[in-house]
Design a protein around this ligand. Structure first.
Ligand code: S3P
Length: 175
């Protein structure tokens, strides 16, 4: 892949993976190190809707939220040089994956359910895990989603027990 003057990729990087797999952290690292524009999909949707993800799910339902994700991905595809931290469910729609492929490279951050649980256990901003906060539930949902994450990704990186800068470096080498 072509790299820019700073070593940054000249297309978009889409980080996909389960909730708590480190997409936001790795995206921030990329943005800082390689001068890419950081896009946090959940945050962008919250700003545009003027309400939290939890409220969107509660008031308008999951399908409404999924439509917002699809529309946002289509808009993001019009620009380059962005590192995009995708919501954990964004790669479940084929249409979204096609959009990501058109816009750049898709990187799957693969993480064990136990690690995910440790990272998300005290958070309350993920409606799908509210009332389901345990390793078994996380494992089941992850197994259900895994084929789609793996089929979508051009690059897969195992993140357990690795440093943030190590993961960023690994992704850049693989791009
Ligand atoms: C979701 C993941 C969340 C957020 C929403 C749904 C999912 O994003 O988009 O709660 O379906 O996995 P993060 O992966 O950034 O937590």
């Amino acid at each position: 892949m072509q790299k820019g003057r700073t070593g940054a990729p000249d297309c978009n990087i889409y980080l996909i993976g389960f909730m708590g797999s480190g997409k936001s952290t790795i995206a921030r690292c990329f943005a800082r190190e390689y001068g890419m524009t950081l896009v946090e999909m959940d945050q962008r949707i919250e700003e545009e809707e003027g309400r939290t993800i939890s409220r969107i799910f509660a008031e308008s339902g999951e399908e409404y939220f999924r439509e917002l994700e699809t529309k946002l991905l289509a808009r993001l595809g019009e620009k380059k040089g962005q590192v995009i931290s995708c919501g954990g469910g964004a790669a479940m729609r084929e249409k979204n994956v096609e959009e990501m492929r058109r816009g750049g490279k898709i990187v799957f951050l693969r993480t064990r359910p136990e690690t995910i649980y440790e990272r998300v256990k005290n958070s309350h901003n993920r409606p799908l895990l509210e009332g389901n906060m345990n390793v078994e539930y996380i494992r089941q949902l992850m197994e259900k989603r895994r084929p789609k994450y793996e089929a979508a990704a051009q690059i897969t990186v195992d993140t357990d027990e690795k440093s943030i800068s190590g993961i960023c470096g690994e992704i850049l080498r693989l791009l």
